[in-house]
Structures are given as structure tokens and as C-alpha cells.
Design a protein around this ligand. Structure first.
Ligand SMILES: Nc1ncnc2c1ncn2[C@@H]1O[C@H](COP(=O)(O)OP(=O)(O)OP(=O)(O)O)[C@@H](O)[C@H]1O
Ligand SMILES: [Mg+2]
Length: 251
């Protein structure tokens, strides 16, 4: 199962979801790989010291004669490995413009990687460019986090259109795994209204689990830990565990 976490809107909880869902799956005993495809490298920073990164996602795409293992690092979570990203990933799109097969780069690489893991999660940047398209072409499932705030659904049409395009040709098997309501604030009527609206638009595709706003979730990356070890009794810890169970059930 290869799940890409995508929404071209920034700051909606993609990275927070990628980090904690990967960790939750690994803690359940699955062999998990997290591929960070955001040049900002936020997922990577949660797990490893950037100074220790040599090969990264950029080399996974470009140095195809090098073994994929050279781009993979262990994390402090048992059974969770990561392909980190560095800012050089921002140079990928210009480098691949003249390659007709550019959208298949990641899929080709993942062919060799996937027998070694039960789950692969891919964190993407807030754009619908070549990097995100590569992830959608390589994936079996897409998970869409949506922030429960005003203009929450702004831009989702473009994302759904891109998913449809990917499905018509390069990857007909791509499925929407689910839509996740994030950054939910139960004290506000707005959050509740937005949740209701999301459930109306996406129906059963919306996960039952909602991720509430939590200071602990915001803090944990700075401590280089997923929420389950940083604040095991917090709401975020409970919610991401529940989400992981829902993901396993749907897959
Ligand atoms: N449930 C939450 N409660 C509190 N803070 C959160 C929550 N989810 C995410 N955040 C915080 O909100 C900010 C944006 O979250 P995150 O980085 O996960 O979003 P993103 O979609 O990956 O952003 P980008 O598009 O820039 O990659 C971060 O500072 C993160 O710590
Ligand atoms: Mg991010």
C-alpha cells in the first residue's frame, strides 16, 4: 500500500499527518517507509538531523544507477525508515523538464522498494507540480487532509481534477483513501460548520476520526518525536492512532 498525502493548500496538516500516521503504523508492527517529497523537509526534520543526510529524495529521482538503499535512513522509531528531502529537491522540476517520462520516475524507483515495506507514505509539497504528480502516479491511495477553517475547500477542485487526470492514464488504480478533517477547533461554530460541509461534499470518504487542534502536535516535531512518544496521552496521540486503524480497515 502506497499512500500519498496531498493537498496543494499550504499548512493543512499534510506533514503532521505523514509523520504520525507513519509512526502509528510502525508502532503497530508494520514495516513502514516515509518518503518526504517536500523540499522544505519538514517531515525529515522530525526524524533525523539534517547534517547527517547525504543522499535524499533528489538522488532517489535522479541517480537511478545508485541503489535505493543509499537514500533511506533509519529513524528513532522501530520499523520506520525515511527517504528525507533537502532543499536541492526544489531543483528537480527544472532538471526533468526535457524528460518525456518524468512523471514515472518515482513509480519506477518504488518498484524495487515496495517489496521491502508493508506501507509507504509520501508527504508532498503544497503544489500540484511534477513532484506531487510523481507521487500520485506511484501511489495506490491518496489521503487528503483538509483544514476545518474558512475557505477549507478552496483548491480541492484542482486537486480532484489532477487525481482524475492521473487516473485516466498513468495510474487507473489510484483510489481516494479518504478525506481527513484537521486543525479542528471544537470551541468554534465555524469548525463544526466546515466539518459538516466536508462530510456533505465527500460523504463516506470522510474519515470518522477528526484531528483536533493540539499544542502537543505542534510541539512534537521540535522534539524530534512523533506524538505517541512525545505526548502519549494527548488528544493528538489518540486521534492519530484511531486514524491509523481506520486507514488499515479501508485499505
Ligand atoms: N492538529 C494540529 N494542532 C495544532 N497544530 C497543528 C496541527 N496540525 C498541524 N499543526 C501545525 O500547523 C502547521 C502546519 O501543519 P503541517 O506542517 O502539518 O501542514 P502542511 O500541510 O504539511 O504544510 P505545508 O503545505 O507547508 O507543507 C505546523 O506548524 C504544524 O505543527
Ligand atoms: Mg508539509
Amino acid at each position: 500500500m502506497i499512500t500519498v498525502i496531498a493537498n496543494q493548500k499550504g499548512g493543512v496538516g499534510k506533514t503532521t499527518t505523514a509523520i504520525n500516521l507513519s509512526a502509528a503504523a510502525a508502532l503497530k508492527g508494520k514495516r513502514v517507509l516515509l518518503i518526504d517529497l517536500d523540499p522544505q523537509g519538514n517531515s525529515s526534520l522530525s526524524f533525523i538531523d539534517p547534517l547527517t543526510i547525504e543522499n535524499s529524495a533528489f538522488e532517489l529521482f535522479t541517480e537511478v544507477s545508485q541503489p535505493w538503499e543509499s537514500c533511506v535512513y533509519k529513524t528513532n522509531v522501530k520499523k520506520l525508515d525515511i527517504v528525507p528531502s533537502k532543499i536541492n529537491l526544489a531543483k528537480l522540476e527544472p532538471k526533468l523538464v526535457s524528460d518525456f517520462e518524468a512523471i514515472y520516475r518515482l513509480r519506477d524507483r518504488i518498484e524495487d522498494i515496495k517489496p521491502h515495506y508493508d506501507h509507504i507514505f509520501i508527504d508532498t509539497p503544497p503544489t500540484l507540480g511534477l513532484i506531487t504528480v510523481n507521487a500520485l502516479v506511484a501511489a495506490t491511495h491518496v489521503l487528503i487532509p483538509i483544514q476545518s477553517s474558512y475557505f477549507a475547500l478552496e483548491g480541492t477542485d484542482d486537486l480532484l481534477e489532477t487525481i482524475e487526470k492521473v487516473r485516466t492514464r498513468p495510474n487507473p488504480d489510484l483510489e481516494i483513501l479518504g478525506v481527513l478533517v484537521t486543525l479542528f477547533d471544537s470551541r468554534t461554530a465555524l469548525s463544526r460548520d466546515v466539518e459538516e460541509h466536508i462530510r456533505k461534499v465527500f460523504g463516506d470518504k470522510t474519515f470518522k476520526t477528526i484531528i483536533r487542534r493540539s499544542v502537543r502536535l505542534e510541539e512534537s516535531p521540535a522534539h524530534k518525536q512523533p506524538i505517541f512518544t512525545y505526548a502519549p496521552t494527548s488528544s493528538g496521540s489518540e486521534e492519530y492512532k484511531k486514524l491509523c486503524s481506520e486507514v488499515f480497515k479501508r485499505a
